[in-house]
Design a binder for this molecule. Sequence first.
Ligand code: GSH
Length: 227
Amino acid sequence: MGDQVKLIATPQSLPCCRVEWALKLKGVDYEYIEEDLRNKSPLLLDSNPIHKKVPVLLHAGKPIVESLVILEYIEETWKDKYPLHSEDPHERAMARFWAKFGDEKCVVGAFGAAWLTEGEEKNKAIESAQESLAFLEKQIQGKKYFEGEQIGFLDLAVGWIPHWLKALEEVGEMKVLDAGRFPLLHEWGQNFLEIPLIKESIPPREKVVDYFNVGISYMRSLAANIP
Ligand SMILES: N[C@@H](CCC(=O)N[C@@H](CS)C(=O)NCC(=O)O)C(=O)O
């Protein structure tokens, strides 16, 4: 099996893209195994029996799951090529904190707002997602990228903002990342998407919109059936 690297993933998934970006930045050759999430493969179920989710990185046959954990693994395993983390332990700790915050507060907050239909509850959910994004806006102050002059761990972690959040806004008929309110995040997002390696490996917008439409319709149907 050697040192073979395989990635079990789906093209529209933002956690999967993060991992692909990291592998590409490090110049790691890998085999892409596309997963059908409606009919999960035995390989996925064996590799990630707890969450049964993509992405899964298989390195020399050993599975690593959870995209932020995978990013750390990639960084430690291919240390010498394109460092994703700062040398400074405090900066590394903070990057991990904000990456987790981005997933737990910003992604969850934006999805929480998207599935709600119009009304006060939806407006409150949008405002709450924006309050979380305001913390990220502060983190980019005075910098081109979150990690400085070049993209790194935190940029990959919050790399869903410019492309996926836009698609989610379309599906949820809402505006969360207002360029007037978040000029720094907006500019960072433009710069991030202009990086050739990133630009070449993001799924087409309409595919992400379709993907979110399926998820949001499912959440709405579940909510409609709650007595
Ligand atoms: N926290 C996980 C999230 C992974 C995740 O939600 N994956 C989705 C695709 S975007 C999935 O596999 N969903 C299948 C399912 O929930 O059954 C990570 O960062 O890797």
